[in-house]
Structure formats: C-alpha cells, structure tokens
Design a protein around this ligand. Sequence first.
Ligand code: PRE
Length: 179
Amino acid sequence: MDGFRIPLGEWAETVIDFLGDAPGGLFDAIATILAAVYEGLDSVLSTPPFWVIVLVFAALRGGEPGLRPVSPPLRDKVGGMSEQPDPSATLVRLRGSIDNIDAALIHMLAERFKATQQVGVLKAEHGMPPSDPAREEQQIARLRRLAAEADLDPEFAEKWFNFVVAEVIRHHTAAAEGA
Ligand SMILES: O=C(O)C(=O)C[C@]1(C(=O)O)C=C[C@@H](O)C=C1
C-alpha cells in the first residue's frame, strides 16, 4: 500500500495549468453548459409530466377500491341485476374514482396555468398580442380529434378548451397592462 499514492495534487495542477492556458471563451462555454444542464433539471423537476401526476395519485390510493377500473362492474349489468354487487358499495367505489380524477384534473390545470402564466409574461415583455386565434384553431382541431378517439363528446372538449383559454387570455391581458 505504501508504494501506491493517488497523485491528486498533480492531477489538480494539470487541470489548473490547462485552464490557465485556455482561451477566455472556455469559461463562458463551461458556464453556459452548466446553466443549460441546471435549467433542464430544474424544469424537469418542477414540471412533472402527465404520467408522473397519474402515478402519484395511483401510489397515494394504493390498492384501494377507488382505483379499480370503472368499466367491468358496468359490463356486469348485462348479466342481470342479481350479479350486481351492493349498490351503495358500488357508489362509494365509483365516487372514489371520481375524487381521484377530479384531484388529478386540478393538478393538471394548475400545471397548465403555471405554463401559460410564463407565456403571458413573455408576450407582455415582447409586445405580443394576448390571443393567437390561429394557434387556438390548431389546438381545437387536435383536441376534437383526441376527444373523438377517447369517446368524449368533441363539442364538450371544445367548450372546455374555450372556457380555459378565455381565462388564460384574461390573465395575459392583465399581465400586458401591468408590464
Ligand atoms: O400559446 C399561446 O400563445 C398562449 O397564449 C396559450 C393559449 C393556451 O392557453 O393554450 C392561450 C391563448 C392563445 O390564444 C393561444 C393559446
């Protein structure tokens, strides 16, 4: 063991010599890369994607009945009333699912408004108009398509979108007036 020594001091000297010889731009480049890595990590950690929110709720509920899929008991109805479990228990179970979904929707809406709030600041700072009808048209077309695929009424999806966007535009307008 005595014969072996990690030459830490020499390594550090080499690095310091290298940095000393390096052109000034190198430090800027390192700072830029570190800042980009930091910002990337910060945005990943502060904006959980959709599936993280869903997983958090799944974990919070554990194996409780609230997480059981809604459809199988409804399918049982075809077999006749005698196969139905206790209606009060069914109601409690379905309400458990409804409560989970409502909570997830609130969290997702909060994340959406955090993002649009930043868009509002950006638009206000650069004199961009609060609303962008062309963008909204694209969003509505996409959401209507997704709704149809998911068995949700596309009219309802569009109404929901317009309701949310009206609130976003109200926030954008207030931000522009305050800027
Ligand atoms: O994308 C934008 O430009 C936004 O301001 C966001 C948003 C939205 O909430 O989706 C809101 C208003 C615009 O008219 C279009 C879209």
